[in-house]
Ligand binder design. Structure first.
Ligand code: CP3
Length: 345
């Protein structure tokens, strides 16, 4: 196993801490998954949640993109709804649809019926992360959880949603139920992150993918305090915290203030603007995920512009502006990885 000193000095962790890295670190949200033929082969006939609970599959799927692309970080293969499943919420992840919850949450009694999470609910996570950390050596492993708003959206809507209308109806119309639900999810997400870091994850990402549906006022009043409680608990673990959402140009300042060391930026916001909004924090992002379908020279020219813009930040971790699209050609992601890593800093 590589010495822990190499891990602490990895480009990813140095950039996340705002120190100068050897090169711009790069990884991709959803780097594991349907864009990789080796993933599809392993997953054939095995359900998504079943895969997430099998330490052998989690380990292998997490390592696949690291081997193929030589990215600067691995992200633990799981899903934001996995901890809910682990405590007993009746839900499934349907192929091509996403998380579907059998009985949506409506009342205080529904919230109270969801158990809190501890390490005994997710022994397979501890096993998988310990193995991964041993295999990865000096490559950092990112743990992750869903932020309260985004997880609440699945629990309240019962499945994926465009408008998040039922979720926001609860937020505006039943503030006591909303507060109880947000506290419950914040506790579960924080405990889930604690398990991952205790097992060896060296950074965490909090996904608030759908927070962009909110005004800054509503985010600050009804969402940010709960995300901040997760990030505060994660901060006590001493690992860098990345905070990401989609369509959040109006929220980037608040998402940083919620307790992020690194703010994830989607592709709609120019990175230079994002850097101005997040203050003395690192940024992560933000190539439009569809640019991998462009000719290689067009893709790398855009990547170069993002790296140049990133120089103004306290630290910059290169990523796409959202997850890898399943039809992405892995060879393009390999080219992109090599380009970013070789780009003179
Ligand atoms: O990034 C990685 O490589 C790690 C794996 C990862 C998954 N989900 C695996 C997955 C991560 C970090 C997530 C987080 C997640 N899950 C988020 C936040 C990130 C984001 O994309 O904004 C959200 C909103 C979810 C909920 C969810 N789970 C969705 C929207 C979907 C996709 C539905 C679909 O099939 O298009 C899932 C399923 C899911 N999670 C898959 C994977 C690889 C696809 C499952 C399959 O292979 O059939």
């Amino acid at each position: 196993m590589t010495a822990p000193a190499d891990l602490a000095d990895s480009a990813f962790l140095r950039a996340a801490r705002g120190e100068t890295p050897s090169h711009t670190p790069v990884w991709f949200m959803r780097q594991a998954g349907r864009s990789l033929p080796e993933y599809l082969a392993l997953r054939s006939g095995v359900g998504m949640l079943e895969s997430c609970m099998d330490p052998d599959l989690v380990t292998e799927i997490t390592l696949q993109p690291v081997r193929r692309y030589g990215v600067d970080a691995a992200i633990f293969f799981s899903d934001i709804v996995l901890p809910l499943k682990a405590v007993g919420v009746d839900l499934d992840i349907k192929p091509g649809v996403g998380p579907v919850v059998a009985t949506p949450v409506r009342t205080l009694a529904d919230v109270a019926a969801i158990p809190d999470l501890d390490a005994s609910h997710v022994p397979f996570i501890t096993t998988a992360i310990r193995r991964l950390v041993a295999e990865l050596g000096s490559t950092p492993l990112i743990g992750f959880a869903g932020a309260p708003f985004t997880v609440a959206s699945y629990l309240v809507e019962g499945g994926p949603s465009k408008e998040h209308a039922k979720t926001k109806a609860m937020m505006f119309g039943a503030p006591d139920v909303w507060a109880a639900l947000m506290r419950k999810i914040a506790g579960i997400s924080a405990a889930y992150l604690e398990v991952q870091v205790a097992a060896g994850a060296s950074a965490i990402q909090l996904f608030d993918s759908w927070a962009g549906a909110l005004t800054p006022e509503d985010y600050a009043a009804h969402v940010m305090p709960y995300s901040a409680s997760v990030l505060t608990r994660a901060g006590a673990l001493g690992v860098p915290r990345i905070h990401f959402g989609v369509g959040t140009s109006n929220l980037l300042t608040l998402m940083g203030e919620a307790g992020a060391d690194v703010v994830g930026v989607d592709w709609r916001t120019p990175l230079a603007d994002a850097i101005g909004l997040v203050g003395p924090r690192a940024v992560q992002g933000n190539l439009d995920p569809t640019l991998v379908f462009a000719p290689a020279d067009v893709m790398t020219a855009r990547a170069a512009a993002i790296i140049e813009a990133g120089r103004a930040a306290r630290g910059h971790i290169f990523n796409l502006g959202h997850g890898v699209i399943p039809s992405t050609d892995p060879d393009q992601l390999k080219r992109l990885t090599e380009f970013v890593r070789a780009y003179p800093l």
